[in-house]
Design a protein. Sequence first.
Length: 246
Amino acid sequence: MMTKVLHLIKPSVITIQPDKLWQITLRFPPVIGMETNCWLLNGEQGLTLIDCGCSSHGEEIITASRALGEIKRIIITHGHPDHAGAAAAISRALNIPVFAHEEEICFLKGTKTVSAEAGSLICKCILWIGDRTGFVIPKVENCLPLQDQEEIAGIKILYTPGHTPGSISLFDTTTRALFCGDNLHTMFRKPVMGHEWFTLDKSTRDGCLRKYQNLDVTRLLAGHGKPYESGALPKELKDIMDKTLR
């Protein structure tokens, strides 16, 4: 259960599990914009930051995390500007590596853009407008690749492409938490499928999410929306997948 809220002007920090797991919620644009989440997970190898908001959020995340420990690494679920935008700034400031799936590294390094990839025309248009209006990911120099089923700092990597070509989900056995990026959201206190208009390849994404069904998970931590906790979460996720894929 969530136990404590530290009230900051921005961002807000919520303790999900004391001394172990925190939610950092930011907004883009600031103050009035949509909420986006990043997560701090404390493991045997120190703090891991999972996702990191927009390019303007780097200093806010570093400041908010100081009371919790020293961030040792960043893992990016996918290369959209509201999830990877501050990776370059935080990596430079703390001299730490940024991990992403090997198919997503090119977007973080700036050699490719997601909007130029094959997929949904609506999604590509939205991302193209973002590119042209400066809603981008500053180039990340210290990038390291991840692969499906790999473990890093005790966190299992699940390759779940479709939202972007290199989208990943993360599963931590110690907190029984699934970090799903934008594959799922929480809305009206329930998990729902992520928005199609930001997803390049819906059919690929939907099929990959079958990987969630057999996880011993009780917490769903999405890129947008509140944390969702349930002892019946594996069945709930299976029901969502069955309904989506039937």
